[in-house]
Design a binder for this molecule. Structure first.
Ligand SMILES: [Zn+2]
Length: 248
């Protein structure tokens, strides 16, 4: 099993293999640099802005770009040594183009639309956890799938989000070209900005086809990333509760 370090720690600590993400976190309670609110970190600037971002693609854009995308896939087929004119491939460029638009349909949505009408004032101060959210994404380095599960927890501060919306946030960010670390952080930041909760934790366990298809020894490898914000980052007890609950 290969595991990535929690993204927040990545720079400060070697990215070497650990026995496990959870072990690593247990060993370093509170050992992280002081909490950097997402808005003050330059590296997360684009992340926070993306919450109110404009759509980068519309349904009309899809229709307009479909022919050129299909032409590009024809070139790819030729470049692979295939004959785009053979029977089985005749419709492939257009099909592939349509499929790729679907795989990246997160560009057609923005988080703020999901949040509308879904944030409720509630005097609930217990941890909210939704685990095992299916996730399908595309590696931006190889344009092949990343798939896995997302676990989200947050500690509300007077505001809660409709539960199904957590899965929708995952969907919007995962249906784009991604790296797992950024995806993890984007989800956590979006929830933080929407709810201003006491804390948020996001853990993603995923399989990268670019890894498993290129080496038998990596067949079953999974990459685990996590982002912990607020009390999930500062308070080992809160973090442990979250990690225990998502494992159970
Ligand atoms: Zn890749």
């Amino acid at each position: 099993m290969e595991r990535a370090l929690p993204t927040q720690q990545k720079d400060a600590e070697a990215t070497g293999e650990l026995n496990g993400l959870f072990d690593a976190m247990m060993r370093k309670p509170g050992g992280r640099p002081g909490q950097a609110p997402p808005t003050s970190s330059s590296s997360s600037c684009s992340v926070t802005e993306s919450w109110r971002e404009v759509r980068t693609r519309s349904v009309e854009d899809n229709e307009m770009s479909l022919p050129s995308l299909a032409t590009a896939y024809t070139s790819i087929l030729r470049g692979l040594g295939e004959d785009p004119q053979r029977q089985g491939l005749l419709k492939t460029p257009r099909r592939a183009a349509t499929a790729m638009q679907f795989f990246t349909k997160g560009y057609q949505e923005k988080i703020i639309d999901v949040m509308n009408d879904a944030i409720f004032d509630e005097d609930h101060d217990e941890m909210v956890i939704v685990k095992d959210i299916d996730m399908f994404s595309m590696c931006e380095h190889h344009l092949v799938p990343i798939f896995g599960r997302v676990h989200i927890g947050y500690l509300p501060d007077k505001r809660v989000l409709g539960l199904s919306k957590l899965a929708r946030i995952v969907e919007i960010y995962s249906r784009r070209l991604q790296v797992q670390e950024r995806l993890t952080k984007q989800i956590a930041v979006a929830i933080t900005e929407a709810l201003k909760p006491a804390g948020v934790g996001v853990v993603i366990e995923a399989t990268h086809m670019c890894m498993v298809m290129r080496g038998v020894q990596k067949m079953n490898s999974k990459t685990v990333t996590s982002t912990m914000l607020g009390v999930f980052r500062e308070d080992p007890k809160t973090r442990d509760e979250f990690l225990t609950l998502i494992r159970g």
